[in-house]
Design a protein around this ligand. Structure first.
Ligand SMILES: [Zn+2]
Length: 215
């Protein structure tokens, strides 16, 4: 099997996302860039993930999105994954989910996401992408814009969330903690007790993480 390593990493991540309830049915998709060739492994379109095997993960060209290997058509959301990888060369993994709480947090009146616990601080600010048709180049451009130079996550109105990382572990951590942040914000706001972490504490946490990653 060609590109076994990235196919395995995508498969492992998608199964983990299903198990964690971040992905239901065939919704959401995960991609990983090869470290040698300009190709990307991505989950196929419309196939349930539960019994998937690594050879069923699609391979596309990074530059063009052309499907070059795998038995099933790649996800229709290929443009969004590739756009992020092309705009941010340090990003090797992207995770897109339709998680319930992130989707609610993308609505304007929600008021945006704020970190409530220290692990969540790594992933703010979380940009908000206005609604554009899934799978379009427009949504891809807006996601790139919302992530900016350093962003790890953005929520997409009436759709879901897009996260990225230097490796799959980092992209999955962003997905997990941003969905958790959305859930924490949601319940705290519902109960009228919302108290996010102070801005200085968020900045301190981010400085600690940056120093740790620099070592
Ligand atoms: Zn989607």
């Amino acid at each position: 099997m060609k590109y076994e390593n990235i196919r395995n990493q995508v498969l492992e991540a998608i199964l983990q996302a299903v198990e964690m309830g971040l992905i239901h049915g065939t919704s959401g998709n995960i991609a990983m860039k090869d470290d040698k060739d300009p190709v990307v492994a991505i989950t196929p379109s419309g196939i349930p993930y539960t019994h998937m095997t690594a050879d069923q993960i699609a391979i596309v060209e990074l530059e063009t999105g052309k499907w070059i290997d795998g038995p099933f058509k790649p996800s229709s959301e290929v443009p969004m994954h590739l756009a992020v990888m092309k705009a941010r060369p340090e990003v090797t993994a992207t995770v897109h989910t339709h998680g319930m709480f992130a989707t609610i947090a993308a609505m304007e009146k929600f008021g945006g996401l704020q970190a409530v616990t220290p692990p969540q601080a790594e992933f703010v600010p979380v940009g908000i992408v206005p609604f554009t048709m899934p799978g379009s180049d427009e949504v891809a451009d807006r996601v790139v814009e919302a992530l900016g130079e350093k962003g790890r996550a953005c929520v997409i109105k009436n759709h879901g969330m897009m996260c990225c990382g230097k490796d799959m572990k980092a992209a999955m951590a962003a997905t997990t903690y941003v969905e958790e942040m959305a859930q924490t914000n949601y319940y705290a706001k519902l109960l009228n007790v919302f108290e996010p972490m102070p801005e200085e504490a968020v900045a301190q946490m981010q400085a600690l993480i940056a120093a740790d990653q620099a070592v």
